[in-house]
Write a protein of this length. Structure first.
Length: 197
């Protein structure tokens, strides 16, 4: 992993296989993204992405949300763990938790997420099927700054794909995911090297 004094660092939060995390690490290793992944943190001990991170020699940590009696306590512990690494950005990569306002505000303009839709359209879940049902001709993904309101922060960058006449939720999701894997590293690069916020 790139690790010089001047290289910005990120902490990536995952809950599952971490395909967007993998695309970020691949972009770093290919020289397209000049950041250090300080740590990968998961709220699920069985998240597949943890194995990938460990094999890439990235520090990992698990904070199992089931071990906490409230969302607030979990988020406080998560923030404490993240802050050990002093990252320039906190990157949500399939992190399946709704975060408290206090947590989000602690990382104002430093917390980013990727959402599988062209925000502000289709906030929330089941975005691909909703785009098909609405008769959209294009769909895509958005990287945005996280604010307390779900999927509502300023959009950093978007990628667009056509919605085809014979698309199913699965085929559209696969086409969007392919774009997500290019979009997220590019958006992180823009945020860290050409910050506008």
């Amino acid at each position: 992993m790139t690790n010089s004094v001047n290289t910005p660092s990120i902490v990536i939060l995952i809950s599952g296989r971490g395909s967007n995390m993998i695309s970020i690490v691949d972009a770093i290793e290919s020289g397209d993204l000049a950041v250090t992944v300080a740590a990968v943190i998961s709220n699920r001990p069985d998240a597949q992405g943890l194995k990938f991170a460990q094999q890439a020699n990235i520090p990992t940590a698990v904070l199992d949300h089931k071990q906490f009696d409230s969302r607030e306590n979990f988020d406080q512990a998560l923030a404490s763990k993240i802050d050990e690494y002093s990252p320039n950005l906190v990157v949500l990569a399939g992190f399946m938790r709704i975060l408290t306002t206090e947590f989000v505000e602690h990382y104002t303009n430093k917390l980013v997420n990727i959402h599988p839709a062209l925000l502000p359209k289709f906030k929330g879940l089941n975005t691909h099927q909703r785009a098909i049902d609405a008769g959209e001709t294009e769909h895509g993904a958005s990287v945005h700054i996280v604010t307390p309101e779900l999927d509502d922060g300023p959009v950093v960058m978007q990628a667009r794909v056509p919605v085809l006449a014979d698309d199913t939720e699965e085929t559209l999701a696969a086409r969007v995911l392919e774009q997500e894997h290019k979009l997220y590293p590019a958006a992180i690069n823009q945020l860290l090297n050409n910050p506008t916020h």
